[in-house]
Design a protein around this ligand. Sequence first.
Ligand SMILES: Cc1cc2nc3c(=O)[nH]c(=O)nc-3n(C[C@H](O)[C@H](O)[C@H](O)COP(=O)(O)OP(=O)(O)OC[C@H]3O[C@@H](n4cnc5c(N)ncnc54)[C@H](O)[C@@H]3O)c2cc1C
Length: 382
Amino acid sequence: MVNSKSFDYIIIGNGLAGLQLALALSKESAFANKQIALIDKSSKSINDKTWSYWEKGIGKWDAIVKKSWDRALFFSSKKHLTLELKPYKYKTIQALDFYNNAKSILLENNNFHFIEDEVLTIEDQNKIVVHTNSNNYTTNHVFDSRITEDYFSSLNNYINIIQHFKGCVIRTNTPIFNSNEFTMMDYRVKDGEQTTFTYVLPFSETEALIEFTYFTTTVVEEETYDGFIKKYISETLKIDDYKILETESGSIPMTNFPFNNYSTKNITKIGTAGGWVKGSTGYSFKHTEKKVLKIIENLKQNKKPSKGLFKKRYKFYDTIFLKVLHDDNEKGEWIFEQFYAKNSIDTMFRFLDEESSLLEELKIMKSLFSRAFIQAFFKTLK
Ligand SMILES: Cc1cc2nc3c(=O)[nH]c(=O)nc-3n(C[C@H](O)[C@H](O)[C@H](O)COP(=O)(O)OP(=O)(O)OC[C@H]3O[C@@H](n4cnc5c(N)ncnc54)[C@H](O)[C@@H]3O)c2cc1C
């Protein structure tokens, strides 16, 4: 029960970005006296996602990691690659474990206040007022995970690919999966020439998440994903006898829309709404960790919280990649085959983590050298 209607900070959205930000604030003594509200329209009590990411060695979230792997597989119609990830590990967390863990830590601090309500508007004047369905709250700064309406109304002005998918966690009667390795991408079952693939996370010898994914401009009917998942299970994995335990669906924007322009002095857009999902991959779990630390550093130095969150050259690379995928969608399989076959894991992960050297970036570019990329490069320069 919240008595006060005035807070130092209000975080809108108890999702990945909101909770990672709140946890980081709770660990800093500089914010121990700040009153912080977290407002979400959802109670976050269902497992609505499976988050995966790669990292080296011991990580911040290891206590709630459901499973991790040292080896990844990649299949195109021509090639089968086995990728040894060491010193990296690919790790998976269930969203519900993350929500519950974060809430229990935050509730130990009496300066964090959870409010279940829908935010309608924010008034950005001398004092910021957050209007919800049932109340008005004032604050000095808002961290906002709501995606701006402009994104939806200007889809044609930017490059927009949707990473859309459905996954099923299945259980087999007999041991079938090798739980030491996961499948990053399998292009052997495809929807026509479009960039579509299957992603497999084996949790044990008898249990795995099988996800059919599109990197395309429009979504498809639920039955279409179901059909390809079924086909993959029977024709590629050769499994006839299994039970579906749960399903997961999602749609992630892969875009060059300038989400970061929507942060102001008083309102910082966070998460997907802040452009934290990497345009070329749809991954954001580890990027969120870094952006949150940068925000904390900025707050401590009295700088605009969103200052310096992005590196321009990676936005440029993402845009080139999205352009190729948008204009020549059938090239996706070739692009990823080249990417995984011609670069070391270390180079690829450092590039995707936006920590690569210029030399590593040149190597990646060389591996993707083609007419489509050259054209996209010059169109992006304009
Ligand atoms: C199914 C799925 C699987 C994904 N898997 C991965 C993965 O494996 N690895 C990876 O790196 N990324 C993954 N992503 C991408 C990305 O990491 C997630 O989308 C991530 O949850 C984004 O974080 P966020 O905080 O922006 O949004 P969310 O986690 O969705 O949180 C936003 C919150 O804001 C709340 N909210 C929205 N509007 C209002 C309002 N008006 N009032 C109050 N509250 C509001 C919502 O209820 C929600 O709780 C996945 C995405 C999806 C959809």
